[in-house]
Design a protein around this ligand. Structure first.
Ligand SMILES: NC(=O)c1ccc[n+]([C@@H]2O[C@H](COP(=O)([O-])OP(=O)(O)OC[C@H]3O[C@@H](n4cnc5c(N)ncnc54)[C@H](OP(=O)(O)O)[C@@H]3O)[C@@H](O)[C@H]2O)c1
Length: 254
């Protein structure tokens, strides 16, 4: 398989304090990228940064709540100030708060829209000029945005109206951007995982959590590393190869 190294590249990963973002940051650092770790829990990203630098990699931490447009733009600006470039953006920050709509607090719907959609838009908007620049001046001659959507961004499921809406939004925006930026060598990919063993489910109301756990009790969940591997495949591909979309489910998830 033909791959390109990520040495001399900078990769900003949101959601780096946990789950898929954390595993992806580790993986891209191992491929040679300098990783910018973004999440609200500064303590967590600092532990990860220490682990990465301890293994000879390079990492910078930037704590931020990405639902704030100024904070999101600030993260990109600070990364550029400190590292001078951005080659790869992985938008993994997100929340899932499912359940029957009649009982759902409006605040849960707002939280999903605010991070899954708005946060991703704010970071991507701020990063675009830098990614376009990296695509022209880097040895790879390409830049990458990988958005972590979900199978809920490709298939409709019940009791998930707003999560579905946010993830369909991510999938749609990514494909539109792919078409818009293809001729400027910025690749846009969407990754749509099924069940992954992370903290994601844990933020839901107790009854919803129990219901989901029971429904999928006999499924062997994916590990966050499985998704990180897909992201690595996408961003280490040679300039000619643009992966637009990857759906990954546990083998026994229908
Ligand atoms: N796990 C699954 O089964 C699954 C399946 C399909 C898709 N996904 C998607 O994969 C992505 C990653 O989820 P995960 O499974 O890795 O869940 P996770 O372990 O809960 O990680 C979520 C990450 O998002 C960050 N985040 C949440 N709100 C934020 C905010 N306002 N500002 C900045 N960062 C924020 C969290 O960091 P802080 O709390 O420190 O801010 C955390 O690092 C999500 O978009 C999710 O929808 C997950």
């Amino acid at each position: 398989m033909s791959t390109t190294t990520l040495s001399s590249t900078v990769a900003l990963v949101t959601g780096a304090s946990s789950g898929i973002g954390q595993a992806t940051a580790r993986r891209l650092a191992a491929e040679g990228a300098t990783v910018v770790l973004v999440a609200r829990r500064q303590d967590r990203i600092e532990v990860l940064a220490k682990e990465i630098t301890g293994q000879g990699g390079q990492a910078v931490t930037l704590g931020a709540d990405l639902t704030d447009p100024d904070a999101a733009a600030g993260v990109v600006a600070t990364a550029i100030e400190r590292l001078g470039r951005m080659d790869i953006l992985v938008n993994a920050a997100g929340v899932m708060l499912n359940g029957p709509s009649t009982a759902a607090p409006l605040e849960e719907w707002q939280r999903m829209v605010n991070i899954n959609i708005n946060g991703l838009l704010y970071v991507t908007k701020a990063a675009l000029p830098h990614l376009i620049e990296a695509a022209t001046d880097s040895p790879r001659q390409v830049a990458d945005v990988v958005n972590i959507s979900s199978i809920a961004g490709r298939f409709i499921i019940p009791d998930a109206a707003v999560y579905n809406a946010t993830k369909f939004g991510v999938t749609a925006a990514t494909e539109s951007w792919r078409q818009e930026f293809a001729r400027r060598n910025v690749r846009f990919a969407v990754v749509e995982p099924g069940l992954v063993d992370t903290e994601l489910m844990g933020h839901q109301q107790a009854a919803v959590k129990e219901n989901m756990a029971a429904r999928f009790a006999d499924v062997e969940y994916l590990q966050a590393d499985d998704i990180a591997e897909a992201v690595a495949y996408i961003v280490t591909g040679p300039r000619r190869r643009a992966v637009a979309e990857v759906v990954i489910r546990p083998t026994d998830q229908i």
